[in-house]
Design a protein around this ligand. Structure first.
Ligand code: MG
Length: 249
C-alpha cells in the first residue's frame, strides 16, 4: 500500500490534448470542446439547422470563462453552468427542434487544501478516469437506456446496442431537464481523464478506450488515436475526445 498524500493544486502539473472530427455520416460538427487549465469540457449539440453547433459553442464558452484561474470552486463551476443554461435559453428557435447540448468535463478544484477533480455531467457525453491502468466511467449517462440499466431491465451489453440509446433524459436546453450531476475525486499524480462525446464511446467499448489510453503517454496523440479509431469503426456521429493528465511537479 502506498501512503495517500494530500496534494495541493500547486504541487501538480496538468497537460491536455484534444481532437474532434465531423465523422463520416454527419454534414457538420455539432460537438465543441475546451481544454485549458483548470477547466476541461466537451459538449455535444443538438437541434435543427445550425442550432446544435451554436448551443454547444455557447455552453463551452461559458465554461471557458473559468480558464486561467488557480483553481475552480464548486460555486464558480455552478455559476458557469447557470451561465451556459442562460446562454442557450437565449438562442432563438431557428427550426422545428430547439437548440440544446450535453455537457461533461472536469474542473481542477482545491477543497480544504486538497486538489480534486470536480467532474460534472449533463446528458450522455462521458468523463472517464484512468488510474493505475484501470478505466472507470465517472459520469453517469442521462439516457433512457441508463435508466433501464439502473432498473435492472437490461445489462450494459444490451444497452450498447439498444435502439433507444441516443434518447437523453437531461440536457442544457432542447426541452431537457437542467439538473447536472457533480463528483469530487482526489487527484493522484498519474491520473488521466478522458472526456468524450457519444460519437467516440458509441464506436469503442471501455476496453478499447482503455487500451488506447494506456498505450500512448502523450495526451494530444492519445486524443487523436481515439478519434481515428472511432472513425475507422464507422464514425457514425461527430467525434470528440479530450485527454487530461495530472503529474507531480
Ligand atoms: Mg453525439
Amino acid at each position: 500500500m502506498t501512503e495517500l498524500h494530500s496534494l495541493s493544486v500547486a504541487a501538480l502539473g496538468f497537460r491536455s490534448g484534444s481532437a474532434t472530427d465531423t465523422g463520416l455520416r454527419r454534414a457538420g460538427n455539432e460537438d465543441a470542446l475546451f481544454a485549458g487549465f483548470p477547466i476541461f469540457v466537451v459538449a455535444d449539440g443538438m437541434g435543427g439547422h445550425d442550432a446544435g453547433e451554436v448551443a454547444s459553442a455557447r455552453a463551452v464558452e461559458a465554461f471557458a470563462s473559468l480558464a486561467g484561474a488557480a483553481h475552480v470552486s464548486p460555486a464558480e463551476l455552478r455559476a458557469a453552468f447557470d451561465g451556459a443554461a442562460r446562454a442557450i435559453a437565449a438562442i432563438l428557435p431557428g427550426g422545428a427542434r430547439r437548440a440544446g447540448t450535453t455537457v461533461t468535463g472536469a474542473a481542477v478544484a482545491e477543497i480544504d487544501g486538497e486538489a480534486q477533480w470536480l467532474v460534472f455531467n449533463l446528458g450522455d457525453s462521458r468523463t472517464y478516469r484512468l488510474a493505475n491502468d484501470r478505466l472507470e466511467q465517472v459520469s453517469v449517462d442521462h439516457s433512457v437506456v441508463q435508466e433501464l440499466v439502473d432498473e435492472g431491465e437490461i445489462d450494459r451489453a444490451a444497452a450498447a446496442v439498444h435502439p433507444g440509446r441516443n434518447i437523453i433524459t437531461r440536457a442544457l436546453g432542447a426541452g431537457g431537464v437542467y439538473r447536472p450531476d457533480y463528483w469530487l475525486l482526489p487527484i493522484e499524480p498519474g491520473d488521466r481523464l478522458l472526456l468524450c462525446s457519444d460519437g467516440v464511446s458509441g464506436e469503442l467499448d471501455n476496453e478499447e478506450l482503455r487500451a488506447i489510453l494506456v498505450s500512448q503517454p502523450e495526451a494530444q496523440t492519445a486524443s487523436e488515436l481515439l478519434v481515428n479509431a472511432a472513425l475507422q469503426r464507422g464514425g457514425r456521429d461527430n467525434l470528440t475526445a479530450v485527454v487530461v493528465d495530472a503529474f507531480l511537479l
